[in-house]
Design a protein around this ligand. Structure first.
Ligand SMILES: CC(C)(COP(=O)(O)OP(=O)(O)OC[C@H]1O[C@@H](n2cnc3c(N)ncnc32)[C@H](O)[C@@H]1OP(=O)(O)O)[C@@H](O)C(=O)NCCC(=O)NCCS
Length: 189
C-alpha cells in the first residue's frame, strides 16, 4: 500500500534532507535536478514537503508548497508551490497529480484561496495544465507564472488579474506552445 507523508519545514528538516538525498540517489541523473537541489531553499522559505512512497517505502514523488497565512487582500492567503519532482522511471503514472490533490485538500482546509507557482519545465507546465491551473505570461527567467483559484473561492476573481502577473491570462494554445518550446529547466538553467 502506498503512503503519503507530510514533512514540516521546521520540525522535520533533517528527515526532509534524508528523503531528498535518497531521491537524488534513486534518480541517478548525471546532475541533481534543480528542483531537488533547491529543496533546502524551499524548506528554508517555509515549504511543507509532501512525499509519495510506494509499498516498499521508496520515495517516488515529492511536492514542496508553502501554506501562506497573510491575508492582506482578496487574493490571500496563497499556497506557494515551489517545486515538484517524480523519479524519472516513475513519471507519467499520476504520482505528482495525486500528490497535488492531497496538497490542495490541505490548502483548502488551511483557508488558502489561491495557489501560485512558477512553472520552469514543459513537464511542470503540463502538470499545471492537467490541473487546469490558470497561467499569466512568462517571467524574465523563462518560467510561466501560474496563479489559480482554489476550490471554494471560484467566482471572486472574474475579470481580475493577479498581482505581479507578468502578462494576461494565457490561452490553452499559448500554454501548449510553451510546453512544446520548453522553459528554464529544459534549457539547462
Ligand atoms: C513535472 C513532474 C513532477 C510531473 O510528475 P509526474 O509524476 O510524471 O506527473 P503525473 O504522472 O502526475 O502527470 C499528470 C499529468 O500532467 C501532465 N504531464 C506530466 N508530465 C508531462 C510532460 N512531460 N509533458 C506534458 N504534460 C505532462 C499530463 O497531463 C499528465 O497526465 P497524463 O500522463 O495522463 O497525460 C515530473 O515530470 C518531474 O519530476 N520533472 C522534473 C522536475 C520538474 O520539471 N519539476 C517541475 C518544475 S516547475
Amino acid at each position: 500500500m502506498y503512503s503519503i507523508k507530510v514533512y514540516d519545514p521546521v520540525a522535520d528538516k533533517i528527515e526532509i534532507g534524508a528523503v531528498i538525498k535518497e531521491m537524488a540517489l534513486l534518480a541517478n541523473e548525471p546532475k541533481r535536478h534543480p528542483v531537488l537541489a533547491e529543496t533546502g531553499l524551499y524548506v528554508f522559505w517555509g515549504a511543507t514537503v509532501y512525499v509519495y512512497f510506494d509499498e516498499d517505502d521508496v520515495p517516488l514523488s515529492m511536492n514542496c508548497t508553502k501554506f501562506g497565512k497573510r491575508k492582506k487582500n482578496v487574493w490571500e492567503p496563497y499556497g506557494n508551490w515551489y517545486g515538484a519532482y517524480t523519479l524519472p522511471a516513475h513519471r507519467r503514472m499520476g504520482y505528482a497529480y495525486r500528490l497535488y490533490a492531497e496538497v490542495e485538500r490541505d490548502l483548502v482546509k488551511a483557508g488558502c484561496r489561491r495557489i501560485k507557482s512558477l512553472a520552469g519545465s514543459s513537464a511542470g507546465l503540463g502538470l499545471h495544465r492537467a490541473l487546469r491551473h490558470q497561467c499569466w505570461g512568462l517571467t524574465a527567467e523563462n518560467e510561466v507564472f501560474v496563479d489559480s483559484v482554489l476550490p471554494g473561492h471560484e467566482g471572486k476573481y472574474t475579470g481580475l488579474t493577479p498581482p505581479q502577473a507578468p502578462g494576461n491570462l494565457m490561452t490553452s494554445k499559448e500554454v501548449d506552445f510553451f510546453i512544446k518550446k520548453g522553459l528554464r529547466y529544459d534549457h539547462g538553467k
